[in-house]
Design a protein around this ligand. Structure first.
Ligand code: SF4
Ligand code: SF4
Length: 464
């Protein structure tokens, strides 16, 4: 028997599930295929306010809390290779690739200046550049930098034509002779799969004007600009000249629930930043009444103009703005308008490598490529194999709040597979203590002391 739960995927759903399991006294092993955890929301996990309204009031995990939790083990640059056994007693094998930089890294940045390899930073949606030795953003978990060995000039095994980073690293944190692959074997009682989702390839948006001008951006790029900490400090900006846009058009390529959710969220963020004109165009006929009412709901929710149409075209002007033209089905006319920034909203799909993960875990995928969810047991988080659960977008695109709800359900189901006697009772009781108490649970003495503290704070307020 074991007290451990394996969580595959270190995005918002996986980390939420890990916190839940760890706080209940289980050992949570998080396996993340990238070099840092946090997934597409990693930048927002440095401080509670960074996520803004996007989590709809639900609190999201923070790096500090994850780091301080002794019941959480994080293995990055890793994948689930195989799984055997039954609920309560699985043996899993985890394949970890070398980072080439150890925990001795102090994030001094000296190596960045000397590395000659320049690449687009995928963690900033390609809006900024990184080197072959890099950290995806200002604060990460784990904190050590990483070497992108595929693009490093020191191609293994140990052919060393460069070494510039090693020479400047005063902390002796870089080693090219670390084992390239390490396999960890662990015994776990349950598995939660939370590998996230994949954003549609930008290249497929060429027809809509992507790449025609720097101010035609994808929604993933705008999101990175709107996030704090982000490349522009959290402000919308025109990539062509870094000026603030006064008018923004968001174009939804086709109608989908997830697309509408992203558009609504970005409209709110743009309006909060006082962008003067924000409009939405859905490229669809909207023949069904249900589709029209979904679009109307978006207009009501955001308070901005939402139209639908076709034959969309974008052309740069000499004034560094964008002329857009399209056939407006909502008003039955051809429209030509000018905007500072055009945002193309990409759709999402199952994450890269989900088929391989499903094969390693022995679970079924649906025809649409997402993980099949079976039965009603476990609030929609049970997979085709007992003891293996799914959380977040791997079973279909979801908003942040629903992904977190999934993570709670998956964690409860996974915890139910463990023998409660094996759980770390100290963590579980600490968690219980930290839950807000109802008035009925507070003793008269505690109540009196809380009232006294409140009165004391009021009397000693600086303005009283
Ligand atoms: S690897 Fe070395 S040089 Fe690079 S940031 Fe870390 S400590 Fe600094
Ligand atoms: S050894 Fe690789 S990571 Fe280091 S400076 Fe050279 S190219 Fe960059």
């Amino acid at each position: 028997m074991t007290d451990s739960i394996l969580i595959v995927g270190g995005g918002i759903a996986g980390l939420h599930a890990a916190m839940e399991c760890a706080n209940a006294g289980a050992r949570a092993i998080v396996v993340e295929q990238g070099p840092v955890v946090g997934g597409k929301l990693a930048a927002t996990m440095t401080e509670a306010e960074a996520i803004g309204d996007r989590a709809e009031g639900v609190s999201t995990p923070l790096f500090e809390a994850l780091q301080d939790n002794e019941n959480i083990e994080i293995i990055t640059l890793a994948n689930l290779e195989s799984l055997e056994g039954r609920p309560g007693n699985f043996t899993v094998s985890i394949h970890e690739r070398a980072r080439f930089v150890t925990d001795a890294c102090t994030r001094c940045k000296l190596c960045r200046a000397v590395c000659p390899v320049v690449l687009a930073n995928e963690y900033d949606a390609g809006l900024t550049y990184r080197k072959a030795i890099y950290t995806p953003m200002g604060e990460t978990l784990p904190g050590a930098w990483v070497i992108d060995i595929e693009n490093c000039l020191n191609t293994p095994p140990n052919y060393l034509p460069c070494q510039r980073c090693v020479e400047v690293c005063d902390d002796d944190a870089i080693f090219f002779n670390l084992p390239l692959d390490t396999v960890h074997e662990r015994h776990v009682g349950a598995v939660i799969l939370a590998p996230g989702f994949q954003i549609e390839d930008n290249a497929s948006f060429g027809e809509l004007g992507y790449s025609a001008h720097p101010d035609v951006v994808m929604s993933s790029e705008l999101q990175r600009l709107l996030e704090s900490p982000g490349p522009t400090g959290g402000y919308a900006s025109k990539p062509s000249n870094e000026e603030y846009p006064e008018s923004v058009l968001l174009v939804l390529d086709e109608l989908s629930h997830f697309g509408l959710y992203i558009v609504a969220s970005q409209v709110h963020q743009l309006l909060e930043q006082d962008v003067e004109t924000v409009a939405v165009l859905v490229l669809s006929q909207l023949t069904k009444e249900s589709e029209k009412s979904e679009v109307q709901e978006l207009a009501d929710k955001t308070g901005v103009q939402v139209r639908w149409g076709a034959t969309f075209k974008v052309e740069p002007t000499e004034e560094n703005t964008l002329d857009v033209s399209y056939e407006d089905f909502s008003e039955k006319r051809f429209v030509k308008e000018t905007y500072d920034l055009v945002v193309l909203c990409s759709d999402v799909g199952p994450p890269d490598g989900l088929a391989a993960l499903a094969q390693a875990a022995g679970i079924e995928l649906a025809d649409n490529g997402y993980i099949t969810v079976t039965g009603t047991n476990g609030a929609g988080v049970s997979t085709s194999k007992p003891g293996i659960f799914v959380a977040g977008c791997a079973s279909g695109a979801k908003n942040i709040k629903d992904s977190i709800t999934d993570a709670h359900s998956a964690a409860s189901c996974a915890l139910a597979q463990l023998d409660p006697r094996l759980l770390d009772s100290e963590s579980a009781s600490k968690e219980e203590e930290q839950k807000p108490k109802t008035a009925a649970q507070i003793s008269p003495d505690d109540m009196r002391s809380q009232i006294e503290q409140l009165l004391y704070a009021l009397i000693n307020r600086p303005d009283s």
